[in-house]
Design a protein around this ligand. Structure first.
Ligand SMILES: Cc1cc2nc3c(=O)[nH]c(=O)nc-3n(C[C@H](O)[C@H](O)[C@H](O)COP(=O)(O)OP(=O)(O)OC[C@H]3O[C@@H](n4cnc5c(N)ncnc54)[C@H](O)[C@@H]3O)c2cc1C
Length: 457
């Protein structure tokens, strides 16, 4: 048995930087990775998908060339080259990380599946390591739902779809939420017919209804078919490839496609981790239970990133690392509950989001002030010829603090940070309203929107 100061399981978004900080203090660390360094974000999540979104945007803009007075020939998408580009982005990040870890003084990298042998020990193959501190950063994977017929057809997940080097004739995306919609629009722009099948009454139901409708409008304007209220989803083989049963009551009862992508959520990689041998508690869905400092119920074991259900993003996993490292090394008292929720949906135009939706804010019983502005009234969007979407802000009428915002529009993923920064600073909305932003930008209309707040009806 090898004794080290700390064990890290998983080289996702939190594990490698944590190894860096711990070893910099002189600690010895064993980091185990069973598959690809960089985890989901680098290999099958953010990086390859955003690289593909960029290719899809280039195809879209090329088709719209004439709108800008630019004459292009017929637009053709070369999928092998599209994939090569995305793969190169991933490969560079992965190999850089792998190289960095292999050179990290004090860090032993072990390749293989790690499992607990007890509360202070972890086995990887034949090797057993023991440490007084163990950090779990095992992430998650696509959930394959138990739909009728799911095992009778070949289906794609967010991982396997990245290996497709052809454009499907008709891609049926089951799941109208964040991951599903990014793939739906990108493959439509690559030239596929696309149908999104969603069991709820509207797409992306966690967002306010007006945002969700604006997103549906953007997608349907590009020719994506959207079937909501698909209460009885089932899969079966047919002549075209796959028949997806959609609805037991209204509309065409099924959609036939050449390929089907299942994008119906994620599940944590905790099932085969030996957590029972360590006594680490999980919730009903297998997520590791943690407190506000990311400590599990077992002293000396922490869980970071997607496996703890306190976030589902690269930035939240990285922030978990920052919280744990600051508390352990710098004597800080940082907490997850200090984090303001922020994320983006990378359809085009993107949705930048921070804090509460209007629905969530209403549920708190506060008096609200709401500001809205369509992107068709944003100069920068008009100049760029990208006027779809809207921006919206929710303010607490009594404290005058901003509770949340959504910017669905060109540059929305960047412009939202002005609001996020104000929320983190804890100032009242007039600080942002009185700022003098740069012209012409999307951000410059945020103060204008704040000058026109109305009480929520
Ligand atoms: C299609 C898609 C697009 C996304 N886009 C974005 C985006 O644009 N922005 C964003 O912020 N987030 C995005 N995400 C989410 C983001 O990828 C994840 O939130 C992030 O990667 C979580 O990081 P993590 O550190 O928790 O774990 P992961 O990155 O999943 O890493 C976990 C690592 O642990 C390893 N591991 C697991 N079990 C073991 C074991 N027993 N032994 C050894 N090693 C093990 C795995 O191999 C993996 O390398 C996207 C996700 C998907 C699926």
């Amino acid at each position: 048995m090898t004794r080290v100061d700390a064990i890290i399981i998983g080289a996702g978004q939190a594990g490698p930087p944590l190894a860096g900080r711990l070893t910099a203090t002189g600690m010895t660390v064993m980091l185990a990775e069973r598959h690809l360094f960089g985890g989901t974000c680098v290999n099958t999540g953010c990086m390859p998908t955003k690289a593909l979104v960029a290719s899809a945007y280039a195809a879209h803009l090329a088709r719209r060339g004439a709108d800008f007075g630019v004459i292009t020939g017929p637009v053709r998408v070369d999928m092998p080259r599209v994939h090569e580009r995305a793969h190169a982005v991933t490969l560079k990040a992965r190999s850089g990380l792998e190289k960095g870890l292999s050179r990290m003084h004090g860090c032993t990298v072990v390749r293989g599946h790690a499992r607990f042998d007890g509360p202070d020990r972890v086995r990887v193959g034949d090797e057993v390591f023991t440490a007084p501190r163990i950090f779990i950063n095992v992430g998650g994977r696509a959930r394959v739902p138990d739909l009728p017929g799911v095992h009778d057809v070949p289906f794609l997940t967010n991982t396997s779809i990245l290996a497709l080097d052809r454009v499907p004739a008709h891609l049926v995306v089951v799941g109208g939420s964040y991951i599903g919609l990014e793939f739906a629009q990108m493959f439509r722009r690559f030239g596929a017919d696309v149908t999104v099948v969603e069991k709820g009454p509207r797409l992306i139901a966690r967002e306010d209804e007006e945002v969700s409708h604006a997103i549906a409008e953007i997608l349907t304007a590009e020719g994506i078919a959207v079937r909501t209220n698909a209460t009885c989803i089932s899969l079966a083989p047919d002549d075209q490839g796959v028949r997806v049963g959609v609805d037991c009551t209204d509309g065409a009862p099924s959609v036939s496609g050449s390929d089907v992508l299942l994008a119906v959520g994620r599940q944590p990689n905790t099932g085969d981790l030996g957590l029972d041998r360590a006594g680490v508690a999980v919730d009903d869905h297998g997520y590791i239970t943690v407190d506000d400092t990311l400590a599990t119920n077992v002293p000396g074991i922490w869980a970071l990133g997607d496996c703890n259900r306190r976030g589902a993003f690269t930035h939240t996993s990285y922030n978990d690392f920052e919280i744990v490292a600051a508390n352990m090394i710098d004597g800080a008292e940082r907490r997850v509950s200090d984090r303001i929720s922020a994320y983006a949906l990378y359809i085009d135009p993107p949705l930048g989001r921070v804090g509460m939706t209007e629905d969530q804010a209403r549920a708190t019983g506060r008096q609200l002030l709401i500001g809205r502005r369509p992107m068709s009234k944003v100069g920068r969007a008009i100049e760029k010829g990208e006027t779809q979407g809207l921006m919206k802000i929710v303010v607490d009428a009594e404290s005058r603090k901003i509770l949340g915002a959504a910017i669905l529009g060109t540059g929305g993923d960047e412009a939202i940070h002005g609001v996020l920064d104000m929320m983190n600073a804890g100032v009242t909305y007039d600080v942002l309203q009185h700022a003098v932003p740069i012209h012409p930008t999307v951000s410059e209309l945020i103060p204008t929107m704040l000058g026109d707040l109305r009480p929520a009806e």
